[in-house]
Every structure is written in structure tokens, then in C-alpha cells.
Design a protein. Structure first.
Length: 328
């Protein structure tokens, strides 16, 4: 009995050490990741339209998280307008016969509507206040005191131009980049393979960076922005993404395609590793400036939706352009 208790204690200590080195609750993170993978694969195998709907749902959740995050700094984004315009943009991009032109026109219309809406402060009852209070409860005391949301007339301490600028940034960050997830589904004749590359290669890159950084990381990549990021983690990110790209290509394309485009998985792996890490650093800088730890708490062990999709979003246009340029 004592031997069994000792083994349990050692296992708990080992898990606690891994959690500390990775900065996550790894058992929760693995369970959540498995559930997300199952949902995504089910949508892809049933019908590609369900995957498009799934993208819309995740983007709407991400927009709400950004609304709460910016509110902690006293900044307002018109989330309802963003929800409606983003959903319309993504669905129209997929179902329109002129996908890129439709995306461009919808984004321009969204920028205009969002800019106008950002000049007005519309409230969704007390849900935002409760969400911000919960967000601030997970930050340190200094961040809670500095948050302008806690100050009288918090959002009014910023000029209208600030609210408009943040709202326009959100349009370019969420619906535009999410549109780049939709475009590759419309060409090449391999929508499932393209979707897997768009979603799972950045996820593999994150996983490779996490494990390589946790076990081998010694040289800090950007200690001021993200202390846990390391050069070894970046190399692990590129290698994992490259292996994933080779696996998808091996299951998708024939020998003739391999003979002329063998270099694509190599370029894609390096590109996703670098760009995905850059996206993580940008998100970390944004969180640091706002004074929060995670973008949200919707995904157990992962933080918020934005914490999971930031590298996917930033990688999407690069993967789409590479697939299009390679004729895949």
C-alpha cells in the first residue's frame, strides 16, 4: 500500500513538473485536444460544409473572447456587427463562385460597417461585465487595478478613434484570416487534405515546439515577450510540421505529383513552424499589453479559443498561397 502511494505521489510530482515546464495543465490539454480533433475529423468526413460551419462557430467564439479581452483595457469592439459580418463573409466566400473576389468585397464592407458601429457603444446586458470580472479574477492584482474597465467611465477614457482602430484590427485578424481557411477548400480537388493541412499542421507545430522546448529548450527565443519560447522549440515546431506535411502528401497525391513537388512539404513545414511561432509571439505581446494571461477559458488546458487558433489563422494565408502556387 505504501509502495502504491509512493508511486502515485511520484506520478503527481512528474505531472506537476511537466505542467510547470510547459505552462499548461497537460492532462486537460490532451483531453481537450483529443475532443477537438474528433469533432474536426467528424465534420470533414461527414461533409465539408460542416467544417465551414465549424470555422464560423469558432470565429464567433474568438470574437467574443477578443471583445472581453479588449474590454479589460477599456476598448470597445462592436461584437454583434462583427458576428453578423464575419458569418456572412465566411459563408459567402465558400458558396460564391468567385471566392477571392467575394472575400475581398465582404471584408471591405465589413470594415466600413464595423468602423461605423465602433463609434457607438452598445451593451449586451450585464454579460460583458460578468465576463470581464471573471477575466480579471484570473490576473494579478496589479493588472486588476490598472484595468480601465474598473475605473469610472473606463471606455470613455479612450478616443473614438481608438475603438475604431481596434475594431478594424479585429476584422483583419479574424474574418480576413479565417477567409484564408475557406479559400483552399475551393480549389485543387482535395478539400479534406487542404483542411487537414490548414488546421493540423499548425497544431503539430505547436505540439513540436511545446515538447522540444520543454525537454531541450535552453536558448530563449524572445524572453521579454514569451519566456517559454526557445530556439529548440522553434526547430521542433518546424520538424513536426514537416513530418505532418509529408504524411498528408503521402496519403493524398500520386507519384507524378511527388516527382515535381517533393519540395512543398519541406517548405510548408519550415514556413508553418516559423509563421506559427511568430503568431504565438504576436498573441503573447497582445496579452501582455492588455495585462491578461489567456485570451479566454473556454478550452480546458488550452486557455481560450484564440489561444488555439492564433497560429492557425496566421499560417492560413501562407499555406493557401503555397498550395495555389504549387498547383495543388
Amino acid at each position: 500500500m505504501e509502495h502504491h502511494d509512493q508511486r502515485e505521489k511520484e506520478a503527481e510530482e512528474a505531472i506537476a513538473s511537466i505542467n510547470k515546464r510547459t505552462g499548461r495543465n497537460m492532462p486537460q490539454a490532451i483531453a481537450t485536444a483529443a475532443a477537438l480533433v474528433a469533432v474536426i475529423l467528424a465534420c470533414l468526413l461527414i461533409r465539408i460544409d460542416l467544417f465551414v460551419v465549424l470555422i464560423v462557430v469558432f470565429m464567433m467564439l474568438a470574437l467574443w473572447e477578443l471583445r472581453v479581452d479588449f474590454a479589460t483595457a477599456g476598448l470597445h469592439i462592436p461584437v454583434v456587427t462583427l458576428w453578423l459580418c464575419s458569418a456572412a463573409t465566411l459563408l459567402a466566400t465558400y458558396y460564391s463562385p468567385h471566392h477571392i473576389m467575394t472575400l475581398a468585397l465582404c471584408i471591405m464592407g465589413t470594415l466600413l460597417l464595423v468602423a461605423l458601429s465602433a463609434t457607438m457603444k452598445l451593451s449586451l446586458g450585464n454579460r460583458l461585465s460578468l465576463a470581464v470580472a471573471d477575466k480579471l479574477s484570473h490576473t494579478d492584482a496589479g493588472a486588476r487595478l490598472e484595468s480601465s474597465f474598473n475605473h469610472e467611465r473606463g471606455e470613455h477614457n479612450h478616443s473614438r478613434l481608438s475603438h475604431v482602430a481596434v475594431s478594424l484590427f479585429t476584422v483583419l485578424y479574424i474574418p480576413l484570416l479565417a477567409g484564408c481557411l475557406i479559400i483552399p477548400l475551393t480549389f485543387g480537388g482535395h478539400p479534406v487534405a487542404h483542411a487537414i493541412m490548414l488546421v493540423f499542421l499548425p497544431a503539430l507545430s505547436d505540439t513540436g515546439g511545446l515538447f522540444a522546448g520543454a525537454w531541450l529548450g535552453k536558448h530563449k527565443l524572445s524572453p521579454r515577450i514569451s519566456p517559454k519560447k526557445s530556439v529548440e522549440g522553434l526547430v521542433g515546431s518546424m520538424l513536426f510540421a514537416m513530418v505532418g506535411a509529408f504524411a498528408v502528401f503521402a496519403c493524398t497525391y500520386d507519384g507524378a505529383t511527388w516527382a515535381t513537388r517533393w519540395w512543398v512539404p519541406i517548405v510548408m513545414g519550415v514556413m508553418v513552424g516559423v509563421v506559427g511561432t511568430f503568431g504565438d509571439l504576436c498573441a503573447s505581446m497582445l496579452k501582455r499589453d492588455i495585462g491578461i494571461k489567456d485570451m479566454g477559458h473556454l478550452l480546458k488546458g488550452h486557455g481560450g479559443v484564440m489561444d488555439r487558433v492564433d497560429s492557425i489563422l496566421i499560417s492560413a494565408p501562407f499555406i493557401a498561397i503555397l498550395l495555389w502556387a504549387a498547383g495543388l
